[in-house]
Design a protein around this ligand. Structure first.
Ligand code: SF4
Length: 146
């Protein structure tokens, strides 16, 4: 995950760029569950503890292809290091913060009406957050949209 676009928060959150070589949906769920359990053991209001959480694994030390910082609370996938939740970007060194997926890059070029049509198209698919993420990551939603 990197630069922010409305697509990152859609459909329960997108984790398509929070890892690579994903093994399976089941393994992604397991990785997120374990990350979330570890996250709940820290005081996330304390920046030092948040950084300790981040630094418990190296950037390329993924769990079943999933970044160890990705968590899920109340059914929403997100990164607790993201600048939208902190006064600064705590992902530095652990994330390609300038990355935007192909779908987000295309979406940014469309006019408001086209963007709205895409959002409605995504809604009509009734995907869970993982299928949504995987279909953003492999460009399937973009390819199916016409
Ligand atoms: S650091 Fe956060 S935004 Fe970056 S890949 Fe990991 S979970 Fe995603």
């Amino acid at each position: 995950m990197a630069k922010l676009t409305i697509l990152c928060q859609l459909n329960g959150g997108c984790m398509g760029c929070c890892g690579h070589d994903f093994v399976s949906k089941g393994k992604i769920k397991e990785a997120v569950l374990r990350n979330t359990k570890e996250f709940k053991e820290i005081n996330s209001e304390d920046k030092k503890e948040l950084l300790q959480f981040r630094n418990r694994a190296r950037e390329n030390d993924l769990r079943f292809g999933v970044c160890r910082n990705l968590i899920e609370l109340d059914g929403v996938l997100f990164c607790p290091l993201h600048p939208a939740l902190n006064q600064e970007d705590l992902r530095e060194g652990h994330c390609d913060v300038d990355h935007l997926c192909k779908t987000a890059l295309e979406f940014a070029k469309w006019n408001k009406a086209e963007q709205k049509r895409f959002l409605l198209f995504v809604k009509s698919k009734k995907l869970d957050n993982l299928d949504y993420s995987l279909m953003m990551d492999n460009n399937l939603l973009l390819e199916e949209f016409d």
